[in-house]
Ligand binder design. Sequence first.
Ligand SMILES: Cc1ncc(COP(=O)(O)O)c(C=O)c1O
Length: 479
Amino acid sequence: MSIHPEEIWEPASDVHTPRGTLLAEAARDHLWMHFTRHSVFEDHGDGGLGHSVPIIVRGEGHRIWDDRGREYIDGLAGLFVTQVGHGRTEIAEAMAAQARELAYFPLWSYAHPRAIELAERLAFLAPGDLNRVFFTTGGGEAVESAWKLAKQYFKLTGKPTKHKVISRSIAYHGTPHGALSLTGIPPARAPFEPLVPGAHKVPNTNFYRAPEHLQNDEKAFGRWAADRIAEAIEFEGPETVAAVFLEPVQNSGGCFPPPPGYFERVREICDEYDVLLVSDETICAFGRIGSIFACDDFGYVPDIITTAKGITSGYAPLGLMVASDRLFEPFKSGLTYFPHGYTWGGHPVSCAAAMANLDIFEREGLTDHVKANAPVFRAALDGLRDLSLVGDVRGAGFFYGIELVKDKATRETFDHDECERLLRGFLSKALFDAGIYCRADDRGDPVIQLAPPLTVGPAEFEDIASRLRGVLVEAENHL
Ligand SMILES: Cc1ncc(COP(=O)(O)O)c(C=O)c1O
């Protein structure tokens, strides 16, 4: 699993650290990279550096540059993060001004103006009565916070046995133990077991891989997938289930949008069993699908939204959950409080970045831009369907996955060795060489994922599609 940058073999550039070490050498010797196989960076006995770590040094708009001065399209907005694009000096300036005024203060019994302003702004943007904002530093902490809130809420309201959670197969919800228990990716979980008990999985909404009898009816497939949640609640016992965690469009596995009627049915089920619906919008919020909160794109109102990433467009780390008035109610009076928090949660500099980021969204009409241009982006990628490797193109907004298959007619996927050869051995490097940074991922079936900054338009869609075409045509020869 992962983005496979480790396979990008290049001689190191001659950029040095302040201590005089080559950057690539210092990376190899001291940097512990995330979800990354380090073995490929090792010296192979020839005095060289092994494969060199790709080092990105600069960004401007939707473009990034490496330490050799080569330019790439940022086809993944960093990691589904850089919504307004790189190099926005007004965000940097807002952060600098905040650091000068008040660099840090916690939200433990005290508050600071930027967190208050941002909480009010987000409550105004969030649907329904989701009015209470709890800040974290990232998406995993937001998910962790939501599960803990669900458990405590039910303890406070006379249903103390409700503690279990339900999420979907292959979904990624983060790495803290609770969030990892919600994550449905076996290789990400296995090294850390035993995990938190009570986290159950249901099928995701991959229509391309729907059970045979539902393959021609997306609505019936959606109903079937939603009903698996009711079935799991019944099986576990409704008096034990606290919450269901779902992304509006599931990222891991390659962009599974909800079938028509899916969330309507999920909402019904959650209401029927008094189970909280958590919309994990770590990726999907802030225009990635179109609206500020993606539940609005699919017409449902959750009980909690968890999000991070695009809130600051990556200029500083910030995550949050927005909870409904109902969930905050028991915390309003007496000695009750939520015994949970983070030193960096709602950091003033991050909140200042978020406010400046949202100003750009409003001024440049980014959500309208995504809504208007999503069909154009989709059409450009749909144009790749004639290639023999392209099995499916799916997603929404500025968020797409291209599933690669061995046999289009049977939808047969690649085995482990073929995946290694195709994704790690060829695609990651070839895409990068073609000047596009994006993700070749095999956490489910192999997919190429695309989520560029929200500022791109038709010219960039065509550019992305033509670079992909070149690489995929060549990939056919590597099987
Ligand atoms: C849906 C979802 N939830 C949670 C997370 C974890 O977020 P973070 O890496 O900020 O902890 C991610 C990260 O990609 C995500 O996509």
